[in-house]
Ligand binder design. Sequence first.
Ligand code: ZN
Ligand code: ZN
Length: 131
Amino acid sequence: MPARSTLITLTWLLTLGLASLLIAGTTYELTCTNKACKHIASLSLGGGRAFAEASGYCSKCANFTSIQWKRGTPEPDPIKVWNPATGDTLTLHKCPKCTTPFIVIPKIEDVRRCPKCNQPGLQAKPGIMFD
Ligand SMILES: [Zn+2]
Ligand SMILES: [Zn+2]
């Protein structure tokens, strides 16, 4: 077994090295832990080196969606909405497929509920994204 663990360590180091060179954003695989649901979805956050990205959930398409724009250029038409219940300001964008507004997800910790069954207990597994 020592040979195998060395291989895994090397692969892991290589992945980390490549990751720091190439990634700006992260793609998450989301799995619902609710046994009756087990919904799986993927969500990418943060964009890449060349492009910025705002992601969210489109309730009409019933899927995660995102808009992208070139880094260094202004974010295209962000809609700012103030929530009087929390004092937070949310950013909305229009789904590129159906134009329904979606709330921008700033970080993966802000995805707390499964979009399918609306229950808490969504697990996020980060992957790597290249551009
Ligand atoms: Zn949509
Ligand atoms: Zn679910």
